[in-house]
Design a protein around this ligand. Structure first.
Ligand code: AMP
Ligand code: ZN
Length: 464
């Protein structure tokens, strides 16, 4: 049996993973709030926990592992977006959910035929949330005030332990919503009132909707039970989201463990800053796919950094991944996948070290062990059969309309130079650079490259 170790965010230490029941290993991961396309940062936990799921399935047997990743389909951001776009909330969330499923499938994360994968939508678990909130009030952990129900942080002595903060620190350090009806400014919402034109459900506290945190406590409880094995999510969710999930779940079921191991992926960054919708420094997975960057290449890049380290997204990483995968595809064209090499399983079993697993693939490739390479890559969700369509695209692997547009301008620049109109030629070069297209002259002609992080990428209207 392979020994698995994880860095458990609960203790901050690397621990040996021992499931509650090896015949029923249970994993829960916080999923997306569905109002917009997933950006690349959102894809990081999806890929990281897909690798974890594969490892658990390999070690404990496919039929013995369950994975739940929720869809948050009720949230103020959703209500706001639906209002701006003037669409029904249900249409917005279902469309976004479908996009999410399709985009992640391109990255090799496709559970459509997996009976042990659950994708609960929050709005389908309102009864479970009402039951939990009622229980928390009955046990003195929550109170009703002005049609809201709030969790009382003072009722739970371990509040703050998980994220390592005292209640005083939290009040001093965070922008908590001060509301006259809160007994303590850190008390957080379990239920809040909805206006008539907002989505809501009847409850003992009036027409309203749940807070975000209670959604995950209710869904994990309903699907995986009051104690389960692993809870995952991005490190940005440790506080307040996971601290609050723990408070609610432990107070509702005092004798439970809730989640025994917590795994958090670090943030994907651009120039050292977290990629986030609110910062505006994001690109969606679909943006990259539309630029003919294969999902497999994106997956490879996301796996190249250990999940607990922040990682920068750079064009060089995409280029390098593309070159390596192209080579590996060529080498393994006629090989079928078998059992993954032990060293790859070991690398993942050691705190999910995907970077070490990729290094092992490199080693196998350099030794010419194509069978090991194919089997190891297949286990990691790479070199899948049928995934090599991108290899046959044009040499630069960029879409042909883009090639046409760039060539049009390169030709006009060449014509300007032929006319000795150097200022016009320089202007065209600068214009291209202003939308992220860098051209280089060499004795063999003019070549070009796209800077995928450029803020004006694709803004061709800026050119004429
Ligand atoms: P959200 O839809 O914002 O709730 O995020 C969905 C998931 O993506 C959560 O697990 C977040 O922790 C994760 N996430 C958001 N931004 C990033 C990022 N820049 N890098 C890694 N994970 C992220
Ligand atoms: Zn959650």
């Amino acid at each position: 049996m392979v020994t698995i170790t994880f860095t458990n965010s609960k203790s901050g230490k690397e621990e040996i993973f021992e499931p509650i029941n090896p015949q029923n290993v249970r994993l829960y991961v916080c999923g997306p709030t569905v109002y917009d396309r997933a950006h690349l940062g959102n894809a990081r936990p999806v890929v990281v926990f897909d690798i974890l799921y594969r490892l658990l399935q390999h070690v404990f047997g496919k039929q013995n592992v369950s994975y739940a990743r929720n869809i948050t389909d009720i949230d103020d951001k959703i209500i706001e977006r639906a209002g701006i776009e003037n669409v029904a909330i249900d249409v917005l969330t279902r469309t976004t959910h479908r996009w999410f499923r399709d985009d992640m499938a391109e990255l090799g994360v496709d559970y459509r035929d997996d009976p042990r994968f659950f994708e609960p939508r929050a709005t389908e678990y309102i009864d479970e949330m009402l039951r939990m909130i009622t229980g928390l009030i009955a046990q003195g952990h929550a109170y009703e005030a002005e049609r809201h129900v709030l969790f009382s942080v003072e009722s739970y002595s371990d509040y703050g332990c998980f994220s390592g903060r005292s209640v005083e620190d939290m009040i001093a350090g965070s922008r908590v919503e001060v509301a006259p009806y809160k007994k303590n400014p850190m008390d957080f919402v379990l239920w809040k009132p909805s206006a008539d034109d907002q989505p809501g459900w009847e409850s003992p506290w009036g027409f309203g909707r749940p807070g975000w945190h209670i959604e995950c406590s209710a869904m994990s409880h309903a699907l995986l039970g009051e104690s389960f094995d692993i809870h995952g999510g991005g490190a940005d969710l440790k506080f307040p989201h996971h601290e609050n999930e723990i408070a609610q779940s432990k107070c509702f079921s005092p004798n439970s463990d809730f989640a025994r191991y917590w795994l958090h992926n670090e943030m994907l960054q651009v120039d050292g800053k977290k990629m986030a919708k609110s910062v505006g420094n994001f690109f969606t997975v679909r943006d990259l796919l539309d630029q003919s960057i294969p999902g497999e290449v994106i997956r490879f890049v996301l796996m190249s950094t250990h999940y607990r380290k922040p990682m920068d997204w750079t064009q060089k990483k995409i280029r390098d991944a593309r070159t390596i995968l192209r080579k590996w595809h060529d080498m393994t064209m006629d090989v079928s996948a078998g059992t993954p090499p032990h060293a790859i399983v070991e690398a993942l079993a050691s705190d999910l070290n995907t970077a070490a697993a990729l290094a092992e693939l490199h080693r196998l490739a350099s030794e010419g062990d194509v069978q090991g390479l194919k089997s190891g890559a297949d286990f990691l969700g790479l070199l899948q059969s049928g995934s090599d369509g991108w290899l046959n695209a044009d040499p630069e692997n960029v879409d042909s309309r883009l090639v046409e547009k760039v060539e049009y301008w390169i030709n006009r620049r060449a014509a300007a130079r032929a006319d000795k109109n150097y200022s016009r030629a320089d202007e065209i070069r600068a214009n291209l650079a202003s939308i992220g297209i860098m051209i280089t002259d060499s004795p063999n002609g003019t070549t070009w490259e796209q800077d995928l992080e450029h803020e004006h990428l694709g803004n061709w209207e800026m050119l004429e």
